[in-house]
Ligand binder design. Structure first.
Ligand SMILES: NC(=O)C[C@H](N)C(=O)O
Length: 322
């Protein structure tokens, strides 16, 4: 068996934290994963602590720094493993997946229980991520999320539970693969996606959730506040109240791109209803329906699309693509 060279990038999160005597979880200086004993395949690890942050502090600038580090690694490694807090793990995964085209596996993992808690899942998930990154079958699959013996695609994964170790799920596509004691099994291949390079991540793109009785006031306020675009988690298949729909029309009249996803946990947003506020009329007015992603991912996709100077039809096609 050939030895696989894996680049490990620690970024912080619960996987690198510990519980104090009161049971509160805090960050530490030493990463508990460093020097930990694991049953591993033949891997040669290069370990870097690129950040030591709770993932609530991670934003697009950090994601871009990670992306640059991976690009700089070139073909020096057979795989990359990133450890990350779970709260924004799906966003970092999605950003990297949208902006990196590499053959080697990029695997992201985290933990729900910190290093000294009973039933801590950090070391186990780290070991699983290394196994997946060292597996030849993990190549050319985009960015993968490995937690709790499951493999998920960055495009479809989301955090589904506040505290459970089985928090990550892919409601639309299902789990992409599994780790057993001896095997790594993939159930399906992903549809092709368009990868774009990104240079500047400083766009202002808020995400707004729709609700019964939503008015257009907030949308009009946002239209006057120098935003570059907006994502609305609309109702059901992608519908809004009449007042909110008028707010969308106002935003569009100011040339602010409006991207529609659903606030529903599962399914794809698409234009179905033809009345004021219905998806058909929102699309006719110029709103863009993003396919199969949630609000936080649509925000990143719009950011990447705008930074790549995509406009009108091109931007629409890009956001439509699964
Ligand atoms: N389980 C976790 O990692 C949650 C933590 N708050 C973080 O995202 O950094």
């Amino acid at each position: 068996m050939t030895i696989k060279k894996i680049l490990v990038l620690h970024t912080g999160g619960t996987i690198s934290m510990h519980e104090d005597e009161d049971g509160d979880v805090e960050t530490g200086v030493e990463n508990p994963l460093t020097g930990a004993k694991m049953a591993l395949p033949d891997v040669d690890l290069t370990v870097e602590s690129i950040f030591n942050l709770p993932s609530e502090y991670i934003g697009p600038t950090h994601m871009l720094a990670l992306q640059h580090r991976i690009v700089a690694a070139g073909n020096d490694f057979d795989g990359v493993v990133i450890t990350h807090g779970t709260d924004t793990l799906e966003e970092t995964s999605f950003f990297l997946d949208s902006t990196l085209s590499v053959d080697f596996p990029i695997v992201i993992t985290g933990a729900m229980r910190s290093s000294n808690e009973l039933g801590s899942d950090g070391l186990y998930n780290y070991q699983s991520a290394l196994r997946v990154a060292a597996d030849n079958n993990s190549r050319r699959r985009g960015v993968l999320i490995v937690m709790n013996d499951e493999i998920h695609a960055a495009r479809f994964v989301t955090k589904t539970h506040t505290t459970n170790v089985a928090t990550f799920g892919s409601p639309i596509s299902g789990t992409m693969g599994l780790l057993t004691k001896r095997q790594i099994i993939y159930f399906y291949d992903l549809p092709k996606r368009r990868v774009l390079s990104v240079e500047n991540v400083n766009k202002s793109i808020p995400v707004l959730k729709a609700y019964a009785g939503m008015d257009g006031q907030l949308l009009e306020l946002l239209a006057a506040s120098n935003i570059d675009g907006i994502v609305i988690e609309a109702l059901g298949a992608g519908n809004l109240s009449r007042e909110a729909a008028n707010g969308v029309v106002y935003l569009l009249s100011r040339h602010i791109p409006v991207v529609i996803v659903s606030r529903s946990f599962n399914g794809v947003a698409e234009p179905v209803y033809d009345y004021l506020g219905g998806g058909v009329q929102l699309e006719k007015a110029g709103a863009i329906f993003a396919t199969s992603i949630n609000g936080q991912k649509a925000r990143l996709k719009l950011l990447v699309g705008l930074d790549s100077q995509l406009n009108n039809e091109d931007l629409r096609d890009y956001l439509h693509q699964v």
